[in-house]
Ligand binder design. Structure first.
Ligand code: ADP
Length: 341
């Protein structure tokens, strides 16, 4: 077995971006450019970790189609371990239609590709996961999950099984809340309703580390104070509340603080949060004092750790898409030197 890897579980999909003001579901033409970008938070984070040099495996389910092939090539190029990746012979990979308003704002425009059975990411096979995941969980320093698999019964069962297997093996859980109402069949701007909050709650309670956006923190906890959030949960997890270019708030072990974002000329903020999470896990894997099995977030210097993670997020905003601009450690170090630290 290769060296222990961070295990990222969840969706790998395509974001289909329409031209500003245009409909992404219409075919691409010279006058109507439509751009497909590989994405999905756990897939983005896996690629970002690999780019930083942290061994990582991705577990999810893709269709046997062009999107699946593109991910296979990407994962191979980055060196992401895919022995537990599942292929669905019937269901397609998911395409998310993203409408770009003329002002740059993005709005969800539906999904494309469903042939009546739903998407591959909704149908993770729990029996296969139960046999494929344990070897990857042995010694895994972190298991990173989001909440989107909870929206589909089969994948919810797979996620819950993975979390139980990880707990049995002492692999700490990192949770990126990543609230996306449309995956639950809800209007794009609604907060998680009580029923959904009830589904998410067990993950929040089991996580050793939680990354959430400020609006997610407000919706789930009624506060953006990471210390208050940590104290409201039985495991008192590490909590990172990010807010794009606004300062992020963090609580790690017994320390907490606020960090302004780096001043950069952002061109596309897609995937900044995923690179941030990857930067954080990368730092924790390499900076743990107490050893990976403890599940304790005991980094040598939490401020330093959070700053490096924020730099990963900032660097991703400098290029198009979530994956191409992800930094290597050399690029991260060079950026931090330019920023004076
Ligand atoms: P998400 O993509 O999950 O919504 P955020 O947009 O909050 O996550 O970004 C995560 C982190 O990435 C931020 O806390 C910040 O450190 C960095 N980041 C994001 N957007 C910018 C930006 N425009 N300028 C500088 N840093 C940014």
């Amino acid at each position: 077995m290769p060296s222990p890897r961070v295990l990222c579980f969840g969706e790998a999909l395509v974001d289909r971006l329409g031209p500003p003001g245009g409909d992404p579901s219409l075919p691409a033409t010279a006058d109507h450019p439509v751009e497909d970008r590989l994405g999905g938070a756990p897939a983005n984070a896996a690629c970002a970790l690999a780019r930083l040099g942290t061994p990582v495996a991705f577990l999810g389910r893709l269709g046997e189609d062009a999107i699946g092939a593109a991910f296979a090539a990407l994962f191979q190029e980055r060196g992401v371990e895919v022995s537990a990746l599942q292929w669905d012979p019937e269901r397609p990979s998911r395409t998310v239609l993203v409408r770009r308003e003329v002002g740059g704002e993005r709005r969800f425009g539906g999904f494309a590709g469903d042939r009546g059975l739903g998407f591959a990411d909704q149908a993770v096979d729990v029996a296969r996961l139960s046999s494929d995941a344990p070897p990857l969980l042995a010694g895994a320093p972190w298991v990173l999950v989001g909440t989107l698999p909870l929206a589909s019964p089969a994948s919810a069962q797979a996620l819950e099984t993975l979390v139980a297997l990880a707990a049995e093996r002492g692999a700490p859980l990192a949770l990126d809340v990543n609230w996306r109402p449309t995956f639950w069949g809800l209007d794009p701007d609604v907060d998680p309703p009580p029923l959904v909050q009830g589904r998410i709650r067990p993950l929040l309670e089991q996580a050793a580390l939680i990354k959430c956006a400020a609006e997610e923190a407000l919706a789930l906890f009624g506060t953006t104070d990471p210390v208050a959030i940590a104290e409201s949960l039985p495991r008192r997890p590490a909590v990172l509340v990010t807010d794009g270019a606004a300062p992020l708030r963090w609580s790690l072990a017994d320390r907490s603080g606020t960090l302004p974002a780096f001043a950069v000329d952002a061109v596309d903020t897609t995937g900044a949060g995923d690179a941030f999470t990857a930067g954080l896990l990368h730092g924790l894997v390499h900076g743990l004092v107490n050893g990976p099995q403890s599940g304790e977030v005991a980094a040598m210097d939490p401020e330093h750790l959070v700053r490096r993670a924020a730099a990963c997020g900032a660097l991703v905003t400098l290029g198009a898409g979530a994956i191409d601009p992800q930094p290597s450690t050399q690029q991260l170090e060079a950026f931090l030197r330019r920023q004076g630290g």
